[in-house]
Design a protein around this ligand. Structure first.
Ligand code: ZN
Ligand code: ZN
Length: 435
């Protein structure tokens, strides 16, 4: 805060000094302006002043439309801004012939508006998890979305007009960027409507997740079409738009994911509603009580996954739309519930050569519960069903390193074969396979 005031004051003082100096030299308005635009140091000061003003305007708009930003929103904003700045720099290299102060100003404005699109998106996503939404929130979101939609529409319109009358130029990029932002406003608005309807209803609205996904499918499809059109036009009239590769790739990946998730998420959410227990207050006290999806405290409405991790059920619902794993330990929830339903298949039987003394105990099919997480089938493709008789080449040597690596363990188990016979076969499987 102090730094912001200091920077603002310094830039104001510098601008004042530069303008006063020019005016003292020229004594009239028009020559003063000409002098200022001709002198590089003065222009540099004026540019800095412009950026400071943009920054202040951003701060002001943030206060008006968002109030205080949450930590997650701030993090997200900074991360996305870095990518946007990098891509803008790449775009500058493509359009270096058009490079001018107006061009820089247009890009700054684009980045400025993008930031508010991102924030609006995050804020609307947050609606799902915040306990009560005030009318101020609705007013802010609606007015911001309205403002952004109008701005985007005007810029797309202006770009189209400019391209039609003056031919393809850098306006192509702006038109396309604002078209993408317009689809983003549309997505955010539809999500806002869905969340609002959900908040009005007494019971949690289970089908909301499905509508959310179809919204993403629909707008993702529009985005992919826009990117393909943009790429085609750019390659035809200019050059390959390197700066659009990352966002285009992300848009395509997002769309593909939305298609698969539409199928998978339905299953995961159904499982959550039917199979997973609600977290009891004791469960919540035993854990650290913070949902890592939204980083807010959990009081009620939390669900416990098969891996014992606890999250808000609303957070989980939206999480399962994107991926069907536990957010903490990455356990595949679809696979876990399948296993639960049809008792996990026995892991690989122990190979005979490892510990002949142990052979009678080895056939015990399962790892002791809790000893090992039970590798899901397919994770280690080379661990497939072991042949009953191991190949002769592997028969003799593995026994020696296994014994050398863990002599204490093997003697232990041979002595106390009755107590812990089940852990040894698996260690030896790991060791023999590692060789
Ligand atoms: Zn949460
Ligand atoms: Zn977990």
């Amino acid at each position: 805060m102090v730094r912001a005031i200091l920077v603002t004051a310094t830039s104001m003082a510098l601008t004042g000094a530069v303008v006063a100096h020019a005016y003292l030299l020229k004594h009239q308005f028009y020559p003063t302006v000409v002098y200022l635009t001709k002198s590089s140091p003065s222009m540099a000061v004026l540019y800095i002043q412009a950026f400071v003003l943009v920054f202040l305007l951003g701060k002001f708009m943030r206060k008006v439309f968002f109030g205080q930003l949450r930590a997650a929103e701030m993090e997200h904003l900074i991360e996305r801004s870095w990518y946007a700045v990098t891509e803008t720099c790449l775009a500058f290299t493509v359009f270096r012939d058009d490079f001018s102060p107006r061009f820089v100003a247009l890009f700054t404005l684009l980045l400025f508006l993008k930031c508010f699109h991102w924030l609006a998106e995050d804020r609307v996503d947050f609606m799902e998890r915040s306990p009560n939404i005030s009318w101020v929130f609705h007013l802010r979101v609606l007015s911001l979305l309205g403002l952004l939609a109008v701005m985007d529409f005007l810029f797309v319109n202006h770009a189209c007009h400019s391209i039609i009358t003056r031919g393809a130029s850098v306006q192509l990029v702006f038109g396309f960027e604002y078209a993408i932002l317009l689809t983003m406003v549309l997505t955010t608005f539809i999500k806002y409507i869905l969340h609002t309807v959900d908040l009005q209803s007494e019971n949690p609205w289970d089908n909301k997740a499905v509508y959310m996904l179809y919204t993403e499918l629909f707008t993702g499809f529009i985005k992919v079409l826009l990117y393909i059109a943009f790429m085609t036009i750019m390659i035809k009239v200019h050059t390959f738009p390197l700066f659009a590769i990352r966002p285009m790739y992300l848009a395509m990946r997002q769309f593909k994911k939305a298609v698969t998730d539409a199928i998978m998420s339905r299953r995961a959410i159904r499982n959550m509603n039917t199979l997973y227990p609600d977290a009891t207050p004791e469960d919540l006290q035993a854990s650290d009580n913070v949902c890592i999806i939204c980083r807010e405290e959990m009081v009620t409405g939390a669900k416990k996954l098969p891996c014992n991790h606890i999250f808000h059920s609303s957070c989980l619902r939206s999480w399962f739309q994107r991926q069907q794993t536990c957010p903490t330990c990455r356990m595949d929830v679809l696979r876990a519930s399948n296993n639960n339903q049809a008792q996990a298949p026995p892991p690989a039987p122990a190979p005979a050569p490892a510990a002949p003394a142990n052979a009678p105990a080895a056939p015990a099919p399962n790892v002791a519960p809790g000893m090992l997480p039970g590798f899901p089938p397919g994770v280690f493709p080379f661990w497939g069903p072991f042949p009953a008789v191991p190949p002769p080449a592997a028969a003799a040597p593995p026994a020696a390193p296994a014994a050398a690596d863990a002599p204490a363990g093997s003697t232990d188990t041979t002595q106390a074969a009755g107590k812990t016979p089940r852990t040894l076969p698996l260690t030896t499987v790991i060791l023999t396979q590692a060789i």
